[in-house]
Design a protein around this ligand. Structure first.
Ligand SMILES: [Zn+2]
Length: 145
């Protein structure tokens, strides 16, 4: 992610997060998919190469015996804070409610860039009545056993 963030700045880039749920509360991220060769990038957004991303997701799904699935998305905010924009929050809520995404608790990783790149993690939580609130997700690296 860091390499791709540097490669595309000052334009945005991003991609998919793949992995599996270890239990009810912990997801394990196993693959980070990039934007794809035909993606377009500009300073306030990017349009991913959807065919590439779908093919990579399908490959991982089959290769893993249908264990690895879509967990969410990542993207960069070159020269800006690693906090979700109004659009980002809308995207997270939309994915959570989209039956085709099959991802009721999507994650969004944002790489912001102040003096150096910083990574933050976000997800949706049930809120008042049927609403979904976007809030921080806890992210930790693997610990040696
Ligand atoms: Zn954003």
């Amino acid at each position: 992610m860091h390499e791709q963030a540097e490669e595309h700045k000052p334009d945005e880039t991003g991609g998919l997060l793949l992995g599996y749920w270890a239990n009810d509360t912990e997801a394990v991220l196993t693959e980070v998919i990039g934007p794809g060769p035909d993606a377009r990038h500009w300073p306030t957004g990017f349009a991913p190469d959807a065919a590439y991303q779908e093919a990579r997701l399908a490959d991982e799904y089959e290769r893993s015996g249908r264990r690895i699935e879509y967990l969410g998305d990542w993207h960069t905010h070159p020269g800006a804070a690693a906090v979700p924009s109004r659009n980002d929050k809308g995207t997270l809520r939309r994915i959570a409610r989209d039956p085709e995404a099959r991802c009721a608790r999507p994650f969004m990783l944002i790489m912001g860039e102040r003096e150096r790149w910083q990574l933050t993690a976000w997800t949706v939580k049930p809120h008042w009545r049927w609403r979904l609130a976007v809030g921080p997700a806890r992210l930790r690296a693997f610990e040696p056993v």
